[in-house]
Ligand binder design. Structure first.
Ligand SMILES: C[S@@+](CC[C@H](N)C(=O)[O-])C[C@H]1O[C@@H](n2cnc3c(N)ncnc32)[C@H](O)[C@@H]1O
Length: 455
């Protein structure tokens, strides 16, 4: 094979393989026994220096050199977590500190249990969060107050899902949201870090003049924020139809409108009615980003067996999240979990001091550790949690200059291949299917087979 044909073959493989990412990577990494491809593990190294270190490292080696990283400066807000919610063990009678929590997903999917030998009677789990975006803190507080409030679990659960994920709400959801904002405001202690900023967002949402936008306006705004399309990644027509409808409207967990009737939904206040100065929302966020796709598919299969009809993956995500919310609501109501959320930067000394004083048993870091050099992270983690705390974190690599370079090269390759094969006039480039993952996979192939010089 010539280098050129090896190149295009590898690009083809990368292209084929990346079409189903990130769900594929995730399912793959969860395989039992847990035995990920070494190539995938290599992708978790950041930048050329770390990659070169990794190539020569033996199992158990620790890289101690500090590599400069970009500091997170809250340039935008995530509507919900853009990483699949992890199932983290959290223990009753102890404190869990969630750093960069974005939403309450770590709590929603937590494996809440008694500390070994102490059973369930050890007291509540105290969930404490730190975030750099006031909007996220205020929204999460409201979700928690909605879950604590009265009402049928199924009704409350659906209203919670709408506030959390949907572009449109039922009118009753707006009322419940405002009531929960009032409750959150009166319960918020002035000792809360970032109190003033959180209060400003809650007040904005309570103010009668700030109403939920009409549905037509909400549709326009949703469509302006969404360009990427997932439909072509799905095999079954029923999934493509459901995902297309979701991508056009952004409706989630709202009741279907029977044909020929008036739809009385309104736009989400969380998405479309924020105070001035709120960081802009990230584009193209979909509810699929936070739910493990294999579990979603399992939900579909179970529902199909029970109902004897096809169940789309959109319904599958809804069912998966609804089940989690239904499990958490009783904990919110019986006090076996308490929640306090703060606006703060974990690298701030005062925040570290407050966290250390709580002696957390477990901590989760989202991918905040991507923004802190490794050595500094270890020091910080020890200062926050001492020797007995278990830390959970994720690494993402798409902010590094190395990743950007690979992404650019990958896109150039796409254009070249499209030009050579004459399909350029018919293709929207870059191909709208997680270019970052495409680039990752390409990078993996490129570096894993190092005997092939690609560029
Ligand atoms: C780390 S970002 C991750 C989003 C995305 N995966 C990325 O890499 O940009 C998730 C959340 O962490 C918060 N965050 C980032 N750095 C933080 C810090 N030092 N302390 C507290 N929260 C932080 C941000 O406000 C954001 O909402």
């Amino acid at each position: 094979m010539t280098t050129g044909s090896i190149r295009s073959r590898m690009l083809d493989i990368a292209h084929e393989d990346c079409r189903y990412l990130p769900d594929k990577i995730e399912t793959y990494e969860k395989e039992d026994p847990h035995n990920p491809d070494p190539g995938l593990l290599r992708l978790r190294t950041r930048g050329a220096f770390l990659f070169n270190w990794w190539v020569g490292a033996k199992p158990g080696d620790v890289c101690t050199k500090s590599v400069p990283t970009i500091k997170y400066n809250a340039p935008h807000r995530y509507h919900w977590s853009n990483q699949v919610y992890q199932t983290i063990p959290m223990y009753l009678g102890t404190t869990h500190v969630a750093v960069g929590f974005v939403d309450l997903g770590t709590l929603l999917c937590a494996d809440i249990r008694g500390v070994e030998g102490e059973g369930e009677g050890a007291g509540p789990l105290s969930y404490v969060g730190y975030e750099m975006v006031a909007h996220n803190v205020a929204k999460s507080l409201i979700l928690w107050h909605m879950m604590q409030g009265e009402g049928d679990i199924r009704d409350v659960g659906d209203m919670v899902l709408q506030v959390w994920f949907s572009s449109s709400w039922e009118p009753r959801t707006e009322a419940a949201f405002r009531a929960a904002a009032v409750a959150a405001l009166s319960a918020l202690s002035p000792d809360t870090k970032g109190w003033l900023d959180i209060v400003a967002v809650l007040r904005h949402w309570i103010e009668p003049a700030n109403a939920a936008p009409p549905l037509a306006r909400c549709r326009e705004l949703w469509q302006a924020q969404h360009e990427l399309c997932l439909c072509h990644c799905l095999k079954r027509p029923c999934d493509r139809r459901a995902v297309a409808a979701y991508e056009l409207a952004g409706d989630f967990a709202v009741p279907p409108t029977p044909a020929g009737t008036e739809c009385d939904l309104v736009g989400s206040m969380v998405l479309y009615c924020s105070p001035d100065g709120t960081p802009p929302g990230v584009k193209d966020e979909k509810v699929f980003s936070c739910a493990p796709f294999d579990e979603v598919c399992r939900e579909c299969r179970q529902a199909e067996e029970a109902e004897g009809a096809e169940v789309s993956v959109v319904t599958g995500v809804e069912r998966w999240l609804r089940g989690k919310v239904h499990n958490l609501i009783p904990r919110a109501r019986d006090g076996s979990v308490t929640v306090s959320l703060h606006l703060g930067d974990i690298t701030d000394k005062a925040v570290v001091k407050s966290v250390a004083a709580m002696a957390p048993r477990t901590m989760s870091w989202s991918n905040v550790l991507d923004y802190i050099p490794a050595k500094a992270f270890h020091t910080l983690a020890k200062q926050c949690g001492g020797k007995t705390c278990t830390h959970n974190g994720l690494l993402d690599i798409h902010h590094t200059p190395m990743r950007l370079k690979v992404l650019t090269l990958y896109r150039q390759f796409q254009v070249k291949v499209a030009q050579e094969t004459g399909v350029l006039p018919y293709l929207r480039l870059p191909i709208p299917e997680m270019p970052v993952n495409g680039a990752s996979y390409f990078l993996q192939h490129m570096l894993f087979h190092r005997d092939v010089i690609l560029m």
